[in-house]
Write a protein that binds this ligand. Structure first.
Ligand code: CTP
Ligand code: MG
Length: 394
């Protein structure tokens, strides 16, 4: 959403009601604050609200207990558009919450949308569709979907009374949109004691026309635990793919060479044998990165007879590998390395190695070291082994 210039107040207001308790979800947390793929439902809802293109005043209606959290979530999503955000406390019924939201809407708006936070995955284009139709028709506008199931009427005991003609039915969603002034008047005219099931029925009761525009399957209302699982699958399915990889490298000590390990020079330590500088840490990381990206391994990517890599520093391999991984559409999330070696003693320079590798890869690299209690080739001080894992996201 673009940010309105100070001089021009937005013509659109969007009320997001999020003050319900979520009884049917039964998690003991108000529904809008239940985590969905690690972030509150309200945050998912607001992301899509702020994605619609018209500058808008967004009014979030929150439970009194979660007012501060709603403000924090709203600011996180709105970013520099946070000026356009208002948070108010809701009431005991959805209608009371809508009224609280409506009271906070600036009179400069000509269109108001009322949206359930519980319909958290409603795409931005549905908002746009509703707004355009309100302006075109000066009517109430509701997104709706054709009913696909056969609908039967039945008694409370379950006896079927007959079937309903499906062609006349539509499942109604939010956001519902209205010309602001006419909607305020319709709310003011509500006859006390008369229950309205949604916002459009308030508008219709005041004698105004209401029309439907096409809804969206993703605008379903999260009501039950099953709905929450469905939403979770949709969000995770659309999210970045994570891939892990593993790499191992071993080099024998060679007293005649300088030691390069983890991209650092280690004076007064036996070096490592190899076509390159023998930096087992850097090579294990390269293999882990290539493995995670499905790009083979360091041997097949950087051949031993390639003169570019004769005596090459670990840094050269890491930079070239990172480029391959990025070209394949991945970013590094983190890398973890375990070194197994009697020498060098790692503790004193561990942070230096981590800082260098983190800078090279642009992602956190952690390095741990151990000995093997005198066992095996590392215990006999014949060489160094390193194991690395890498996590990438697409
Ligand atoms: N809502 C609200 N204030 C209320 C009741 C509901 O703002 N007093 C909001 C909810 O937060 C939700 C939307 O209205 O975004 C639709 O309501 P519903 O799905 O019924 O949510 P809850 O009332 O929270 O759920 P339940 O009925 O299972 O308790
Ligand atoms: Mg409810």
């Amino acid at each position: 959403m673009s940010v309105p210039a100070a001089a021009e107040a937005p013509r659109l207001a969007i009320i997001v009601v999020a003050a319900g308790s979520g009884t049917r979800l039964g998690l003991g947390v108000p529904k809008a604050f239940v985590p969905l793929a690690g972030r509150p439902l309200l945050e998912h809802a607001l992301e899509r609200v702020f994605d619609q293109p018209e500058p808008a005043q967004v009014v979030v209606v929150a439970p009194a207990s979660h007012r501060a959290e709603a403000v924090a979530i709203g600011r996180r999503v709105a970013g520099i558009a946070a000026d356009a955000l208002t948070v108010v406390v809701g009431g005991d019924s959805r209608a009371a919450s809508v009224s609280a939201g409506l009271a906070a809407v600036a009179d400069t708006a000509d269109v108001v949308l009322i949206h359930d936070a519980a319909r958290a995955l409603t795409p931005a284009e549905v908002f746009t569709r509703v707004v355009q139709r309100v302006r075109a028709d000066r009517a109430g506008v509701i997104p709706a979907l054709a009913v696909v199931d056969t609908i039967a009427r039945r008694t409370p005991e379950g006896a079927v009374l007959g079937q309903v003609d499906r062609s006349e039915l539509a499942a109604v969603q939010t956001p519902q949109g209205f010309p602001l002034a006419a909607y305020r008047a319709a709310v003011a005219a509500i006859v006390p004691g008369v229950e309205h099931t949604d916002d459009a029925s308030v508008f219709a009761a005041a004698g105004h026309p209401v029309v439907t525009v096409e809804g969206d399957d993703r605008a379903f209302k999260v009501t039950t635990p099953w709905d929450l699982r469905r939403a979770e699958q949709l969000v995770r399915g659309a999210g970045p793919a994570l891939r892990t990889g593993i790499g191992i490298d071993v080099h024998a000590y060679d007293d005649a060479r300088p030691l390069w390990l983890g991209g650092l020079y280690w004076p007064d330590e036996p070096g490592l044998a190899g076509h390159s500088d023998g930096d087992a840490i850097s090579h294990a990381i390269c293999d882990a990165l290539l493995s995670a990206a499905g790009l083979g391994d360091i041997g097949s990517r950087f051949g031993v007879d390639d003169p570019r890599f004769a005596d090459a520093r670990g840094e050269v391999f890491l930079t070239a590998t990172l480029e391959l991984v990025r070209d394949a559409g991945f970013e590094v999330v983190n890398v973890a390395v375990q070194v197994v070696a009697k020498r060098p003693r790692f503790a004193a320079r561990r942070h230096e190695v981590e800082a260098l590798l983190t800078r090279l890869l642009g992602a956190p690299v952690s390095v741990a070291a151990t000995t093997t209690d005198g066992l095996g080739f590392t215990g006999r001080a014949e060489g160094v082994a390193a194991v690395a894992t890498a996590l990438l996201h697409s």
